[in-house]
Design a protein around this ligand. Structure first.
Ligand SMILES: NC(=O)c1ccc[n+]([C@@H]2O[C@H](COP(=O)([O-])OP(=O)(O)OC[C@H]3O[C@@H](n4cnc5c(N)ncnc54)[C@H](OP(=O)(O)O)[C@@H]3O)[C@@H](O)[C@H]2O)c1
Length: 296
């Protein structure tokens, strides 16, 4: 039995993390403790921070004294050298016995990298263009409250600004997508182009994706290559944001080769931002840590 502490337990991701830990194949091995803003930390084996990027950099170093591993759901540590940024199906092997802090990725990038990961073994990926259609719940409790206001900008509207605008004109959300995709895939030279848009759906982020490889795509073998990735569903149906709410996979549809350039494919990928984009992925990291480092 190990102790897992969920910090930020009253937030959207924190609440779902409790449910995910209950649903884990190792649930009987986890004693789960929840910590809110006012609670003092206690010794735990794994601490999961479901707090934002202003709180995590304060909590994580403090928790190093209380926990063997810290999993951070926020963006703060994702690009730091030496911090593995992990989707277990893709790169759990970046966690070593010396790792104490593991970052879980941005909820928009998850679908993109799950789709690209199996392709990189067969093709030289050169450029990927993505435009997101992101749910309100991706903005946490604050955005849900804002959305409830009758005159909210987010009601029946598309808002092409997620996070803050940086000096280079990109939003913080777009930059996360670009740099996190390169890091998770281990492809620093992949050109990633990103637009992010908030749309009035409650759960699941969708992405239109255009991918260019060095070689021409073989459309006969491509669906099976994509399906070979654990966590990807591609079954001929067209999936919308609402339909994948509560599901743990990334759903690919509308797969097609470009009309003029056989080295280019286009597709739609949609994924529950709160599950595989957050709580499920965080829990799967905890499951991996349990299996590798605690399960004698
Ligand atoms: N929502 C998503 O789709 C999603 C996806 C991937 C990653 N993430 C990341 O996951 C994290 C949580 O997101 P969220 O959507 O759940 O946000 P949220 O709903 O705003 O929840 C954040 C929680 O952190 C708590 N908190 C603040 N300071 C704390 C402290 N010192 N100690 C313990 N708890 C503290 C807050 O407490 P109060 O309740 O007292 O305010 C709140 O419950 C963020 O870093 C976010 O970027 C979110």
């Amino acid at each position: 039995m190990i102790t897992v502490g969920v910090f930020g337990v009253r937030g959207i991701v924190g609440q779902l993390m409790l449910k995910q830990l209950e649903a884990s194949p190792h649930a009987q091995d986890y004693k789960v403790l929840g910590f809110g803003r006012q609670d003092k930390p206690q010794k735990v084996d794994i601490a999961i921070l479901c707090t934002d990027e202003t709180v995590s950099p304060q909590l994580a170093p403090e928790l190093k004294n209380y926990a063997k591993f810290v999993i951070d759901m926020s963006s703060y540590y994702r690009q730091k050298d030496g911090v593995p940024l992990v989707i277990p199906e893709i790169n759990a092997n970046t966690i070593t016995k010396d790792t104490w802090l593991i970052a879980s990725p941005n909820c928009t990038v998850t679908g993109l990298v799950l789709a690209l990961n199996p392709l990189k073994k067969h093709y030289t990926l050169e450029e990927v263009f993505s435009s997101s259609y992101q749910a309100i719940s991706g903005g946490g409790k604050k955005l849900l409250e804002e959305f409830e206001k009758p005159n909210s900008l987010y009601r029946a509207n598309c808002v092409p600004l997620i996070g803050s605008i940086k000096d280079n004109g990109f939003t913080s959300e777009e930059l996360k997508g670009i740099y996190e995709a390169k890091k998770i895939l281990g492809l620093p030279d992949l050109r990633v182009f990103s637009h992010t848009v908030r749309v009035p759906v409650m759960v699941s982020h969708g992405l239109t994706i255009t991918l260019r490889a060095k070689e021409e795509f073989d459309m006969q073998t491509l669906p099976d290559i994509l399906r070979s990735q654990k966590g990807v569903i591609l079954d001929g149906k067209v999936y919308t944001n609402k339909e994948v709410e509560g599901r743990g996979e990334a759903f690919i549809s509308r797969l097609r080769q470009d009309i003029e350039d056989k080295r280019v494919i286009h597709f739609w990928c949609v994924c529950d931002n709160l599950l595989k984009g957050a709580a499920l992925n965080g829990r799967q990291i905890a499951d991996y840590l349990f299996e590798e480092f605690f399960n004698d």
